[in-house]
Design a protein around this ligand. Structure first.
Ligand SMILES: [Mn+2]
Length: 406
């Protein structure tokens, strides 16, 4: 019997996220950019040590479509190391994709240079890939960008809901075509995609997505003609159909973007591919910990001392820490930021948030305003004005057009 094919599945690297970082003068990059690159090293080390046969990166390499040259170089170096060892699919995610179809995506450079071992998944396609332990039929669908998949005529006069349905239909047809192609190949078959699945649970990626995006139903992609469905886009690792075949899996991102992901474990998937007998597991990586400390000092005579007591016994070495202090207006001056920061000098980053009683804040939930996209802020503004949802949708569609053109 032949050996199973070893597949690495990872996604949503997002190099360039610099929140909670500081400039590292020795490398010229943000300490957070370093973190994200370190995670990529970790993934590649694992793949090479475990003798991988094939690698799938399910999209979103960078924070945006215009990555800095330093970040491009560091990403490219690492991909080169991986692709020298195994065939590597780089799927194009929404963050890699420019608004205008004619512009290059942030991964196109690999295609222009025809880097051996690298396949850039810029349009939906399927191919037979030769690996050391046998052949795999690999198919992929990059992020379904509305203006790429629907013509101008198809856009005209449609409501947001009609557009969503039209786009979902286009994606379903793409999947069906690939499934038909897959079934003619007697070998393990993998579908990679970068999009939302309606049944998925979201992480903090909503705060970094531009506008709204179409959600595919899991029934569309959970077809037994596949042996594994390797998804990207949603940052929370999850399997959509735990008891069914094939596994439909978001590997999740490799580093946390904000406190919304504090509780999420980060990592990648290690897959043993075989026709109708694929198994997989999640492998955690050493993502930098995020830690929220909430303290209510409204009754305390010395607010600073009361805050410091809360740090006792916590292990915060290298963590990104947020201290939320609830206090009364007259206590504000008695909370000394410097002392709080000094008490946390083992942390990588500290932010002190004062919640002063009686202060009315916008209903942002757990998200910080700077973690939201302009469109989300606009949406929340309309919601706070209690506009009707239909009107909000229409206004957001307009706003999205402006952002995409921008
Ligand atoms: Mn994405």
């Amino acid at each position: 019997m032949s050996e199973n094919i070893r597949l690495l599945h990872f996604a949503d690297l997002h190099v360039g996220m610099e929140n909670y970082g500081s400039l590292d003068p020795t490398t010229g990059t943000s300490s957070r950019v370093r973190d994200f690159l370190d995670r990529l090293d970790e993934v590649i080390d694992y793949a090479l040590e475990h003798d991988a046969d094939l690698a799938i990166f399910s999209g979103d390499a960078f924070k945006n479509r215009d990555p800095e040259p330093t970040q491009q170089r560091e990403f490219a170096r690492r991909i080169k190391r991986l692709a020298d060892a195994v065939p590597t699919l780089l799927l194009v995610g929404n963050h890699d994709m420019p608004g205008m179809a004619a512009k290059a995506n942030s991964l196109d450079i690999f295609r222009a240079l025809d880097v051996p071992g690298v396949i850039v998944g810029y349009k939906s396609e399927g191919r037979v890939i030769e690996t050391r332990r046998g052949q795999v039929f690999l198919a992929w669908i990059p992020y379904p960008m509305r203006n790429r998949l629907l013509s101008r005529e198809e856009h005209a006069g449609k409501s947001i809901e009609e557009l969503e349905n039209a786009l979902r239909e286009v994606v379903s047809v793409l999947v069906k075509d690939l499934e038909d192609e897959a079934s003619s190949h007697d070998m393990p078959r993998v579908l990679a995609g970068h999009f939302s699945v309606a049944e998925a649970e979201f992480g903090s990626e909503r705060s970094v997505m531009l506008g709204r995006d179409v959600a595919v139903f899991s029934s569309t992609i959970a077809d037994p003609r596949w042996d594994y469905v390797a998804l990207g886009h949603i940052h929370k690792h999850q399997v959509l159909n735990p008891d069914q075949y094939p596994p439909v899996v978001y590997s999740g991102s490799l580093e946390r973007i904000d406190f919304g992901e504090e509780e999420q474990e980060k990592g990648f998937c290690w897959v043993e591919l075989a026709r109708e007998e694929t198994t997989w597991r999640f492998v955690p990586v050493g993502a930098r910990p995020f830690h929220t400390i909430r303290v209510d000092v409204r009754e305390a005579s010395d607010p600073t001392a009361a805050v410091l007591t809360e740090f006792e016994g916590l292990s915060l070495e290298g963590a990104i820490v947020r201290v939320i202090v609830q206090l009364q207006t007259e206590q504000e001056a008695a909370l000394r930021d410097r002392e709080v920061e000094q008490a946390l000098d083992m942390a990588a980053h500290v932010s002190l948030v004062r919640e002063v009683e009686a202060e009315v804040r916008a209903r942002l939930g757990d998200l910080e305003p700077q973690a939201l996209t302009p469109l989300e802020l606009v949406e929340r503004y309309f919601q706070s004005r209690e506009e009707e949802q239909e009107r909000i949708d229409a206004l957001l569609a307009k706003a999205e057009e402006l952002v995409q053109e921008g």
